[in-house]
Design a protein around this ligand. Structure first.
Ligand SMILES: Cc1cc2nc3c(=O)[nH]c(=O)nc-3n(C[C@H](O)[C@H](O)[C@H](O)COP(=O)(O)OP(=O)(O)OC[C@H]3O[C@@H](n4cnc5c(N)ncnc54)[C@H](O)[C@@H]3O)c2cc1C
Length: 324
């Protein structure tokens, strides 16, 4: 890994100040826990002249609750989420996903905002400077072609954050603050299917709060991922399932995926199961539907066909478990 390059570090103490700094220096980048950003800076993937450190912005570090639900600040650490009794009880998959990120030391520093805004990853991108240079770089960074799909015009780098799918099955919404003011949108609309530009942020926007609705508090859910090293690794494929049963029949179901597309994705077609009981045939059909919608490419050392098989198997297993 390269030496740390020179850059100017700004230390705002409010979200407003952070956004103002960002609009004065449009090429500046936000850094929260730094567990991903600093690796990318040291690899030369990011070459910022200005970094805006969010760790002193205390307003991002609160968890509040009201009639609408739970409001989690973007600066809350993954460890705080994984160990929060309210989140564990009411939004179980969210706590499980936070506990599944990297290793425990990353969870102490890594934040919710950093995890949801995580850059997409690829075998040809998350490499040292000399490695990328000797491959003529790639479309996502200084190069012209995508080594994963050299004939194409798109980047297939995969979104590999663990927490997003768990938030998606609970229909989370996010608060974004930018130079033009703030807006609140469904988390699902914060992403798009583009490995080079997977966040739909307007220039300079800062993620401040994630809202989890009270209406879904206590709705049973699980998160599970496949990874190479069990102690510390990104998901090769990860899935969150939320399933409410009414006796033996499905009352409500949502499934979301990570690691298998350039964006965290809600699985379509799950409403077809509502009002029906699960049996082996319908669980197999659910598994196959998940596999169809996952489109892993050669962005990791593990073959896409395996990741597609695994994601379907995980979704089937979690659904069966939750269905009791
Ligand atoms: C060895 C290793 C293993 C890892 N394994 C995993 C894993 O298994 N699963 C996983 O999900 N991640 C993993 N990570 C990545 C990372 O540790 C986590 O995703 C972490 O949650 C990132 O949070 P952070 O606060 O450190 O983000 P940072 O590194 O500070 O920032 C990440 C990105 O988010 C942006 N950002 C941060 N906060 C905000 C905000 N409030 N508004 C707008 N943009 C923002 C930054 O500009 C940057 O682009 C791993 C990292 C390493 C080094």
């Amino acid at each position: 890994m390269e030496y740390m390059p020179n850059f100017q570090l700004h230390r705002p103490t409010s979200a407003e100040e952070a956004v103002k700094l960002r609009s004065e220096e449009p090429e500046a980048l936000y850094v929260a826990g730094g567990t991903d950003m600093i690796v990318n800076v040291r690899r030369g993937i990011e070459q910022p002249e200005n970094l805006i450190d969010l760790s002193g912005v205390t307003e991002l570090k609160t968890i509040t609750e009201d009639d609408e639900g739970l409001h989690i600040g973007a600066g809350i650490t993954l460890n705080e989420i994984a160990t929060n009794e309210k989140i564990k009880a009411d939004y179980q998959a969210v706590a499980e996903a936070a506990a599944a990120v990297a290793g425990i030391t990353h969870q102490q520093y890594g934040t919710l905002g950093g995890n949801l805004c995580l850059d997409t990853r690829c075998l040809f991108y998350n490499q040292s400077e000399w490695w990328r240079q000797s491959n003529d770089y790639c479309m996502k960074e200084r190069g012209d072609i995508c080594h994963v799909a050299p004939g194409g015009k798109r980047c297939f780098a995969a979104f590999s954050g663990d927490v997003a799918p768990a938030m998606l099955v609970y229909q989370a919404e996010v608060e974004l603050v930018g130079p033009e003011g703030s807006r609140r949108i469904p988390l699902s609309e914060m992403y798009q299917n583009d490995g080079m530009n997977h966040l739909t942020f307007n220039p300079g926007e800062l993620l401040t709060v994630v809202h989890l609705p009270k209406a879904l508090a206590g709705s049973p859910s699980r998160y599970e991922k496949a990874r190479i090293r069990g102690s510390i690794d990104f998901p090769l494929a990860g899935t969150a399932v939320r399933l409410e049963m009414d006796g033996k029949k499905v009352k409500d179901i949502a499934i979301a995926l990570t690691g298998v597309n350039p964006f965290p994705q809600i699985v379509k077609g799950t409403e077809d199961y509502i009002g029906k009981a699960f049996d082996d045939a319908s669980l197999d059909a659910l598994r196959d539907n998940v596999r169809k919608q996952a489109k892993p490419m050669k962005t990791t050392t593990v073959a896409p066909w395996y990741r597609r098989r695994v994601i379907g198997a995980l979704a089937r297993r979690l659904t069966e478990e939750l269905a009791g």
